[in-house]
Design a protein around this ligand. Structure first.
Ligand SMILES: Cc1cc2nc3c(=O)[nH]c(=O)nc-3n(C[C@H](O)[C@H](O)[C@H](O)COP(=O)(O)O)c2cc1C
Length: 286
C-alpha cells in the first residue's frame, strides 16, 4: 500500500496550510519523503518530473515574492520543489505526481499548500538545477501547521471559499444530465475524492462525463473565461488541477481494487462538451 491511512481519510484531512510552527521536519519523515519523491517521476502521460525536498532558509522565502499570496506563507521549514519536462501534457503529469507527494506528506502528519507560479528563474530553480527543457510550475511548503488559524489564513480561506466544494450535479454527468451517486456505482467514491481535491483559487475546473453502461469516464476542463490572461496564472494551473483530479480518482480506484488505465482519445460527444476542453479518459476494466 502506498500510504498508511485509508486514502479517503488522507484526502479529507488535507487542507492548505499557510502558517507553520518552524518546528523542523524530523529525520525519519524527511527520509520517507525523499524516498517517495525519488520514485515518483513518471506521470500517466509519460512525461518526466523530478522532485526535491529542501530545508528552507530565509532567501528561499524570497522566491515566493511573485505570488499574490506572498507574505501569507509563514515560517515554512521546508519545501518540495518539482520540475517537469517541456512536453505536451506535462502540467497534467506534474499535477498528478505533486499531489501524490502532498498526500504522502499529509499521511506523515505534515501540512502543505500548493503554490503555483512562475518559479523558473527563482532560487527554487537553482536548488533543483532546473534545465532548459524543464519548467517549475509549483512548489509546496512542508511542515507542522500552527494549531490556530491566523486572521490572514482565515481571510484567504474565505476569499477562495476553501471549505466549499461544488455539488455533484455541477461536476459529474451522463448523457448531458447530472450523474447520480447510484449511477456512478463502484466509482462513486473515486468521484467524491475528485470533488474534494484542491485546485488553484478553488475553481474546481474538472468536469467528468460517464459513458452509459460502462466504466468509462472522460475528464474535461471547464475554463474560467479570461483566466489565461491573468499574469499570476502564467503556467495554466487548470491543467495542473486536472492532473490532481486524475490522481485522486486513480489512487482511490486502485485502493478499491478497480482496475483501469488512462487513454487520450476524444470521444467527441458534442452537447455540453462543446464548451469543455477534453483531456483524458479512464477506461475501467470492470
Ligand atoms: C495548482 C494550485 C495552485 C495554487 N496556488 C496557490 C497560491 O499561489 N497561493 C495560495 O495561497 N494557495 C494556492 N493554492 C491553494 C488553493 O487556494 C486551495 O487548494 C483551495 O482554495 C482549496 O482549499 P484547500 O486546499 O484548503 O482544500 C493552489 C492550489 C492549486 C491546486
Amino acid at each position: 500500500m502506498l500510504f498508511n491511512k485509508p486514502l479517503t481519510d488522507i484526502i479529507k484531512q488535507r487542507k492548505s496550510i499557510r502558517s507553520y510552527t518552524e518546528e523542523p521536519v524530523e529525520k525519519e519523515k524527511k527520509e520517507a519523503l525523499n524516498k517517495f519523491l525519488s520514485a515518483n517521476t513518471i506521470g500517466p502521460f509519460g512525461t518526466k518530473s523530478r522532485f526535491v525536498f529542501i530545508t528552507s532558509i530565509a532567501q528561499d522565502r524570497e522566491s515566493l515574492k511573485g505570488l499574490i499570496t506572498y507574505g501569507m506563507i509563514k515560517n515554512p521549514p521546508g519545501f518540495i520543489i518539482g520540475a517537469v519536462e517541456k512536453k505536451p501534457y506535462n502540467l497534467e503529469d506534474f499535477g498528478y505526481l505533486m499531489e501524490r507527494n502532498i498526500l504522502l506528506a499529509t499521511d506523515l502528519g505534515l501540512g502543505t499548500c500548493w503554490l503555483g507560479g512562475t518559479f523558473s528563474s527563482s532560487r527554487f530553480a537553482q536548488k533543483i538545477a532546473l534545465q532548459n527543457n524543464e519548467v517549475l510550475p509549483a512548489v509546496t511548503p512542508v511542515g507542522y501547521a500552527v494549531t490556530k488559524l491566523s486572521v490572514i489564513d482565515s481571510v484567504i480561506r474565505n476569499s477562495a471559499g476553501a471549505n466549499n466544494r461544488k455539488p455533484w450535479s455541477l461536476l459529474f454527468f451522463k448523457n448531458d444530465k447530472p450523474l447520480s451517486i447510484e449511477e456512478a456505482g463502484h466509482y462513486a467514491i473515486p468521484l467524491e475524492m475528485v470533488r474534494l481535491a484542491p485546485s488553484a483559487n478553488n475553481f474546481q475546473p474538472w468536469r467528468i462525463i460517464m459513458e452509459s453502461e460502462s466504466n468509462i469516464f472522460h475528464f474535461y476542463i471547464k475554463r474560467v473565461p479570461g483566466l489565461k490572461q491573468l499574469s499570476f496564472m502564467k503556467s495554466d494551473l487548470q491543467r495542473v488541477d486536472i492532473g490532481i483530479a486524475m490522481c485522486h480518482f486513480a489512487l482511490q480506484a486502485e485502493e478499491k481494487g478497480l482496475k483501469g488505465l488512462w487513454k487520450v482519445h476524444d470521444p467527441r460527444l458534442g452537447g455540453m462538451t462543446k464548451k469543455l476542453d477534453y483531456i483524458a479518459t479512464w477506461v475501467g476494466s470492470k
